[in-house]
Write a protein that binds this ligand. Structure first.
Ligand SMILES: [Zn+2]
Length: 91
């Protein structure tokens, strides 16, 4: 994708906001992000969801995407920028 992520901000204990270079602002619940985990264990299954899912930190993975250190459940997944952008907004 040609748009790139310019800002990532945690706006509540359970939600982050992503701001893109083309002005799109996306709010995603952390549980929604975990639900889209693409690691080999979760792929094709529905990971357990907790509505109060928090995160201890979020790091960038090169230019590829983001890694979320969820407080519960799977934290193996690396979320590509395109993948995150394709998740419907929770706002
Ligand atoms: Zn996973």
């Amino acid at each position: 994708m040609k748009e790139f992520l310019i800002k990532m901000q945690q706006i509540s204990p359970f939600m982050i906001e992503l701001t893109y270079s083309d002005g799109v602002v996306k709010k995603l619940r952390l549980e929604t992000i975990q639900k889209n985990c693409g690691c080999s264990r979760c792929k094709g299954t529905q990971p357990a969801i907790s509505t109060d899912l928090g995160v201890s930190k979020v790091t960038t993975v090169g230019r590829f995407g983001l890694k979320f250190y969820f407080l519960k459940g799977c934290q193996q997944g690396i979320y590509g920028h395109q993948q995150l952008r394709d998740i419907p907004c929770d706002c």
